[in-house]
Design a protein around this ligand. Sequence first.
Ligand code: PMT
Length: 410
Amino acid sequence: MSSWRAVVGVGGGIAAYKAAELVRELARRGIQSQVVMTAAAQEFVRPLTFAALTGRKVITSLFGSSPEEVLASSVEHIGVAREHDMLVVAPATADLLAKFAHGLADDFLSTLYLAFDRKVLLAPSMNTVMWRNAATQSNVAALRARGHVVMEPEEGELACGESGSGRLPEPARIAEEAHYQLARRHDLDGETVLVTAGPTREPIDPVRFLSNRSSGKMGYALAEAAAWRGARVILVSGPVELAAPLHVECVRVETAREMRDAVLAHLPESTIVIKSAAVADYHVANVPAQKIKKTATRLPLELDPTPDILAEAGAEIERAGRGQLLIGFAAETENVVGEAKRKLKAKRCHMVVANNVAAEGLGFESDDNEVTLVTQAGEVIDLARAKKRELADRILDEALRLRLELYSRS
Ligand code: PMT
C-alpha cells in the first residue's frame, strides 16, 4: 500500500469529533495523519483522542510552554509543512476559511496553511446561514481559485437544530477525496470511459425478480480507477449496495432493457467501453400486473432472451468507426479462456476479461479476483489474484495500450 502523510487540521465545531473517524479512514487508505488542533477544537475534543489514534503528539499551539519548546516550535510549522503531502482540514469552520482566504496567521494551523505549498483539502461544516453568507461564499471562491479543493457540505439536520446545507461530509467521503487527490494520475485524461456494473433485475411479478450474485465491486473498482487516472467516467449500474465513487457520473438502472438504453445513449461520447455487468440473459415473457398467488405446486415461467448489450455495442462501434475500444467480460465456470475467445469474436470486442467464477473466494461478491485478458491480437495475459481495485488498474493499463494502438491506426 502506498504511504502518504497528511496534516489533519481540526477546527472548532461540533463536528470536530468526526475528525477521529477521518483519521481512521485515512489510515485504512495508507495515509498517515499528523493532527493539528485549534484552541476552539480542543473545547470539543481532547487531543488525547487523536494522540491515541495516530500514536503521535498532537500539535495544539504555536508556542510551547518551556523556553526550549518555544524555540523549537517557532519553526515547527515550516518543518511540518515540508514533511507532509497534503493538508486536510475537517471541520473547516467559517473562521478558518476566512483566515485562510485572507492570509491571517495567528495560530499553528493558520500559520501552517501559509507555509504549506502542497495539496489542500477543506471540508467545511457550519450553520447553513453562515455557509450561505456572502462573506463565506466569497472566501470559498477565493480558496478554490487558489487551486484548493473545498468540498460541498452535506444537506441535513444541523447541530443547531436548523436544517440545510452545512453538515460535515462523511469522514469516509473526505478520506476518499483525499486519497483521490493524492493518487490522481493523468494517463486517461481526455478519455470518456463507460463502465457497466452489478446485476440486472428482471421482474417476475410486481414483488419478485430474477437476478444474480453480482455485487458491483469489480465494475465500481474499474470506474474509480478510471476516474483517478483522469478519465470522465459514466457508470451504468444495476442495483447494488455500493455508493458511487467520487468524480463518477452514475446512471442507475434495474433491468437489462434499461441498461441497454443507458449504454446506447452514452455510447457515442465514450472512447472506452467496459462491460463488467452481469446482465441477466433472460427475462420473464409476460410479467403479470398483480402478485402471483401460491396456488399451483409447480409454476412454469416462460423466459425470453434479454438484449445482448455487448453485441449491440460491438456492432455500433464497428459501424461508427471512431476508434472506440470495447472490453467485454466473460464469467465462466469451465473452458474459461476458450469461451472468452469465442465471445471476443462473436461480440466484436477488442479485449475480453475472462473471469473464472467457479473458484472459491474469487469472482462474484469477493474483494479479490483473478482474471485472464484475451485480446483481438491473440494475446493471453494472466493477471494473478489481487484486490479488484488493483486488477482494475491492470485492466486499464492494457486498455490504454490497445486504445493508443487503435488511435494510431485510425
Ligand atoms: O460484481 P462482482 O460481485 O464484483 O462480480 C464481478 C463479476 C463476476 C460479475 C465480473 O467480474 C464479471 O465476470 N462480469 C461479467 C458477467 C457476465 O454476465 O458474463 P457473461 O459471460 O454472461 O457475459 C459476457 C459479456 O456480455 C459481459 O460483458 C456482459 O456484461 C455482457 N452481456 C451479457 C448478457 C447480455 N444480455 N448483455 C450483455 O451485454
